[in-house]
Ligand binder design. Structure first.
Ligand code: BG6
Length: 366
């Protein structure tokens, strides 16, 4: 049932190209100026009355939501707030009939997310679910439901659910933007064509997994690991750091790279391992400066950048390149080496990768 793999987690990491293709099937026509979102019946008029979108989720799904915020705001200019489900519910959120609440959940059964969704609904908000498990509680109760077609995810640490949640968020952002007229046809076609190349590019990243295994075998004894990034790279840093903590039990922090100097840079000492994400073209130079700051304090830096940005080699100990893509789509590629790094590190440390201590696949208590 593990298809020849040692663990479900690595099987599911390797399944991501297929999961992405399945999630895209029938939804993004090769031509035309529209997205076909089965399960979503939100019209132009519905969108025009929205003054805010909330994205509410837990854990990895919450991290996907942070990427979603950037993308939806960029393409539709509707303000988006992202919240942790267990916080949202109890802080009297400003939600009414002019709010759309998007909930993201692999299992569709996470009680924190389910009750947050009910709370939003009770306040008059329309609710949209991005869910993997067909017929789950959240899928049944939301007004509109877009399924991720990731297939069953068995490993507790989420991987292919995350990448397919990102795909759904891109599709939703494109759908809303075309309906609202906030995107030109050229920009739409450019994003569409690049989305269609993502599965193949993920495959390419996966064929280089032995490099990442090598870094894991060099750093698996680290006491703590920092993940730095700006913009969408910061969102991915949070997910990479969570993966590592969940399954390898190494302490780790994700930090907005520009913020480190305003707080915790003192924790970077000789030999501290830092994973620096520098995939965002617009922020590349700033990121290089931030890498220099940690290098000068003795950090050992593994950077992730888009192919061709070889300047990064001057400030890094190791560099992993991802195939070139649009900045907004880079998270789908950037997260893959981080999943692999967490996986190989946990294996090296002899951890129970698929069933990490104290975690459950789906949590049905608040
Ligand atoms: C946690 C799981 O309890 O719930 C995480 O351990 C997961 O892996 C989170 O990301 C949210 O789960 P779901 O099913 O709502 O996406």
């Amino acid at each position: 049932e593990k298809g020849g793999y040692e663990h479900f987690m690595i099987k599911e990491i390797m399944e991501q190209p297929k999961a992405i293709r399945d999630t895209l099937t029938g939804r993004l026509p090769d031509s035309g100026f529209e997205v076909n979102l089965d399960g979503i019946n939100i019209t132009k008029e519905d969108l025009q009355k929205l003054n805010k979108i909330f994205i509410v989720a837990c854990g990895t799904a919450y991290h996907a939501g942070i990427v979603g915020k950037h993308v939806i705001e960029k393409l539709t200019r509707i303000p988006v707030e992202v919240d942790i489900a267990s916080e949202f519910r109890y802080r009297d959120p400003i939600v009414d009939e002019n709010t759309l609440t998007i909930v993201i959940s692999q299992s569709g059964e996470t009680i924190d997310t389910l009750v947050a969704m009910r709370e939003a609904k009770a306040r008059g908000s329309r609710t949209l679910g991005i869910v993997n498990v067909v017929g789950s509680s959240i899928a049944r109760e939301v007004d509109d439901c877009l399924y991720t077609w990731a297939g069953p995810e068995i490993a507790v640490a989420s991987t292919k659910a995350y990448t397919t949640q990102l795909i759904c968020l891109y599709l939703i952002a494109l759908d809303f933007a075309t309906k609202l007229g906030t995107i030109s046809y050229e920009e739409f076609a450019n994003i569409r064509d690049e989305i269609k190349r993502l599965a193949e590019k993920v495959e390419y990243v996966l064929t280089h997994k032995e490099n990442i295994q090598k870094y894991a075998s060099e750093h698996f004894n680290a006491k703590d690991i920092f993940y730095l990034g700006r913009g969408l790279d910061f969102a991915v840093a949070m997910e990479g750091s969570l993966k590592l903590k969940e399954i390898s039990y190494i302490h780790s922090e994700a930090y907005a790279a520009g913020e480190l100097k305003h707080g915790t840079i003192a924790l970077i000492e000789d030999g501290t391992f830092v994973i620096a994400l520098a995939t965002q073209e617009k922020l590349f130079e700033k990121m290089v400066s931030n890498i220099k700051e940690v290098k000068s304090r003795g950090a050992v830096v593994l950077s992730v950048a888009q192919e061709g940005n070889t300047d990064i080699e001057n400030v890094s100990d190791h560099v992993l390149y991802i195939p070139r893509t649009l900045d907004i789509l880079a998270p789908v590629l950037t997260v893959v080496p981080l999943q692999l790094f967490a996986y190989y590190t946990a294996v090296q440390r002899g951890c129970d990768v698929d069933k990490p201590r104290n975690l459950a696949k789906s949590v049905t208590v608040e």
